[in-house]
Write a protein that binds this ligand. Sequence first.
Ligand code: HEC
Ligand code: HEC
Length: 158
Amino acid sequence: MKKLIAILLTASLAMVALAESPSMSPSSPDGLRKGGTLGDVADAPPIAGDPRDVQREVRNYPEQPPVIPHTIRDYQVDKRFNRCLDCHSRESAPDAGAPMVSVTHFMDRNFQVRAEVTPGRYFCTQCHVPQTDAEALVESDFKPIDQVIREGDRGEGQ
Ligand code: HEC
Ligand code: HEC
């Protein structure tokens, strides 16, 4: 029995050593988890700041889900209750001074417009995220559509 425990202990120590060695634990593959290897315990990155003085942003293309220009902390959205619709539904939007969800939110998969927000658009934060002061995780050379068109007109960017 003692022998077995000794063997198990040695084996687990060896596994820990291997996990911490750079060859067995290369830096994280997608580079999003900065600083360290998969075996390291890194500090959690700080939570991005909530929007304070922000305004509605221009969309980069017409079908972009607009980013949310206000905090959504503690806004409950579940099967029975949807805090977002308290202000953004057809009935309450004017009183709340909020933009109503657009007609696409009432369309089912056959593009039939329904009386209520359809299940596919019910969980708002699937598509809409609040604006934050977070740094971009990866570099992007995305250009808004107007810039693409302008450059096309001038014969650039080909
Ligand atoms: C207390 C009312 C209220 C609640 C609750 C609320 N909103 Fe808003 N929302 C607003 C108002 C008012 C604006 C317009 C702000 C402005 O014009 O600067 C807005 C703007 C937005 C916009 C920007 C629309 C655009 O065209 O730029 C999005 C997206 C949005 N809200 C999503 C949400 C989501 C998702 C939730 C739930 C998690 C939510 N809102 C909850 C009041 C609310
Ligand atoms: C499947 C993705 C998706 C979900 C889920 C979703 N939206 Fe949207 N939303 C969009 C897209 C895309 C647009 C912009 C194009 C459009 O109107 O369809 C948009 C536009 C909006 C706008 C701007 C409307 C306007 O006319 O300017 C508001 C406000 C909004 N959504 C609120 C909400 C709320 C509140 C919910 C939850 C009840 C929600 N959305 C759920 C994708 C989504």
